[in-house]
Design a protein around this ligand. Sequence first.
Ligand code: AGP
Length: 583
Amino acid sequence: MCGIVGYAGTKHPKDILLDGLKALEYRGYDSAGIAIKNEKKVQVIKSVGKIKYLEDKINNNSLIDSNLGIAHTRWATHGAPTETNAHPHNVGKVTLVHNGIIENAGEIKNKLISKGVIFNSDTDTEVAASLINYYYSGDQIKAIEKATSELAGSYAFGILFDDSDMLFAVKKGSPLIVGIGSDGNYIASDIMAIINYTKRYILPEEDEIAALSANSFKIFKNGKEIKKEILTADVSVEAKSKQGYEHYMLKEIMEEPLLLENTLKPFADDMSLIPDLKEYSEIHIVACGSAIYAGMIGKTLLEEKAAIRVYCEVASEYRYKKVICDKNTLVILVSQSGETADTIAAMRKAKDMGADTLAIVNVKSSTIARESDEQIFIEAGPEIAVATTKAYILQVAIFGLLAYKASGLKNLKREIGNLPRLVKEILDDRDTYLKIAHHIYKNNDVFFIGRKVDYAMCMEGSLKLKEVSYIHSEAYQAGELKHGTISLIEEGTPVFGIITDDDIRDKTISNIAEVKSRGAKVITVSNENVTGYDLGVVVPKISDFFQPILVVPCLQLIAYEVAKLRGCDIDKPKNLAKSVTVE
Ligand code: AGP
């Protein structure tokens, strides 16, 4: 997704803006640009491709003196990734960067064209800049308010005006923070973009306008200045570094044992901290991507262990389909970033229908964290790699806790006491995963099969492999494969068999025999020895509530090793964004 950064201060903005863009690379982008200005001139430099190209272009340009600027990484939505479509967009007296989608851009563009406005790009962002410029007659706040009152969709804008030395910003539906520093003030899509300069920040609410200068900041709502609390970020600068690991993805996987310890211990010490889901007649679990696969594990555990009726749906469906939910429903939103557009929309729909909402979320300052009724924070710290690993594992752990509490069992300490140590031992067994990776990294199709909770793990194992190695992969209910897809199994096709659920162990083993007899190269991941197959990983057998936490890290490391063998851009896979803030 796009990322925005801005600075108004005492220093030249170039390095601050480039630092910020590099910290936002993980969000996914295909072009980037900066705009710096002084009282006489606005200088805009843009480029397609990696920020490195932009940086080279900037360094080959003579830059104007400046203490004010905005910058942007663009993930193309309206208009191809070209320099013309890259941000910042300069229209008349307005220069602007944007994260989000203006849904009524076409209608507004036609209105402005009928008034003689000329457009150069195919973007909705240029329409927004043109509308602000159209209404601008010297009062920046008024022009921003008037224009944004006509915009439908989502936006986080950073805005400069030719005749002002201030930086303006406003958001609706997209993330935006305002950083308060000693050498100036900042705007950014997330705190990691400016953490090298300040940990103090303000969270503007929807349509609150920030007006920043080098040594002042004001927030306006409906034309009036309002007071806002200054928060302090609980992230560290070292969280941005790889701390000696080759990739953020590997660093974040290796953090899992300690994070599990930190997340689970408070609940083990005091189970009353775990929400009791038994009071609801029905639970809906709604999320996207890996988060919904964590939710699928939660669904299976809550149904099997606590006999609670659970409906599990991807947010992009839930937000539009007919759902039955009311005050007796608890809707659990699962989101690492807390800014996923579909999940936000699903949360708002559930709230409008009278349901209680519980967020299992990582980013405390996020929209989902702030708008949900209750929250369980997973304390994963910043997750930089686009492919989620540590956040996903902690989401699964939280579902284990919720199911354990709902099951009425009372000895959580015994259940989870060894978990972090067991995960560490599993992660240390790198050679096993590298050996498996060597077996599959040249294949073009890989299958994952399992039943019930094992199938939910297959979904995540398959997504991880696809995301970082670009190998096509499918997760299939083991019993369903023979109803068609087994026709794709050829000599040497890798098939992962995930087998941890005792009730259906033999059934899955039979399904594995079916693919084996058709030439598949079978890799089993189980909590018991499974003999007779090409490769296998055996993890310790522990309580069903937390068994997935020993299985999925194996699949994460296998995906990592395969991607490395294939020379992929592991932390920033092509086409992907860390937080999908548009639908
Ligand atoms: C997971 O590796 C992907 N990056 C993606 O599926 C992600 O889980 C999904 O976009 C949801 O993101 P969220 O948890 O921030 O809402």
